[in-house]
Design a protein around this ligand. Sequence first.
Ligand code: PLP
Length: 408
Amino acid sequence: MAHVNEHYLKLQAGYLFPEIGRRVSAFADANSAAKIIRMGIGDVVKGIPRPIVDAMKSAAEELAHDESFRGYPSEQGLDFLREAIAKNEYQDAGVDVGADEIFVSDGSKCDSGNIQEIFAADSTIALTDPVYPVYCDSNVMAGRTGACRDGRYDGLVYLPCTEDNNFVPALPEQDVDLIYLCSPNNPTGAVMSRDALAEWVEYARAGNAIILFDAAYEGYITDDGLPHSIYEIDGAREVAIEFRSYSKSAGFTGTRCAFTVVPRELTGHTASGEPVALHGLWNRRQSTKFNGVSYPVQRAAEASYTPEGTAAVRGLIAFYLENAAVMRERLAACGYTIFGGVNAPYLWLRTPAGFDSWGFFDHLLQNAHVVGTPGSGFGAAGEGFFRLSAFNQRDAVEEAMDRISGLK
Ligand code: PLP
């Protein structure tokens, strides 16, 4: 008899977006004339810039000819892209990351979900509350937690991110082995300062812990003082893995390309205390289970670093940040308390008096026909908050803001 992995049965998620979908469908069925504006899901809406698509097309053309045909790509990524990443994302900014430390992949979701496989089953995991659900669920599936009670899994160490700590997690009181940090943050839009990140690096170094640093929204940082990479912090190469993605910068949510950095000197330990290079373990994991990213997509990602590609990507990000600025201004004018939306594409609103997260969701849907994401869906500490995404066309943003401003 085939027994199932019963850890899957503990999963609570799969609840948030299906439940949003259920409520939106029920509303749409009952109000067929309503024009619903979706500001909930974090998917981009603008086309991929022309120089990037042109590079994808000419790479596809190469595949039509025997002389330039390519079969399986290397699982770690093709050299031209690994080198372009190391130079453009890190070395040009004075950050020490080598091409052979880059692992190209089909998404930061996959990488941040899969990375836990190279760590021991009894690792103690710390993650923020609220949190991007992948970090939590991938550890639930792997059996590192007990049951879920009141929105929290036994065995996980939760780091609350609240107004009191400006949504930046404080160090845990106990020792932990793995720490998931995300900056700029989904869902709160908070960005960790250099000092805050340095404290975490110091904590990890002192306790031989590893930081899993998700920088999928790094491109949204426009403030010169804020760190784009954890490797800007001294000593981070010995304690951190970093994830970055082309999804929200170059518009690759459907095209799929991302990368993970595993520095050469980064080690975990065996139960008997022997150091083991994580680079080798991740390499082994990817070689066994991943077949690499298609050649045209890697050429497209490379084209995002040409002068034209860079300018176009900056333009896309600027567009979404302008959306965020419009939303912040309009919502503040109506009296909402807003966090995020600066150096980040997400706004994190305090729900108005009398509304919990789902209550406000229903209120906006029913009365403004606007869909957002209830903060409580990202964790217990997200109760009383609401996420709005800036990934939308400008006219939809303006219309949504007009409708919200008109609410009683
Ligand atoms: N990490 C965070 C924090 C995200 O919010 C997302 C997407 O929403 C991802 C990773 C996924 O990125 P990708 O599209 O590269 O899988």
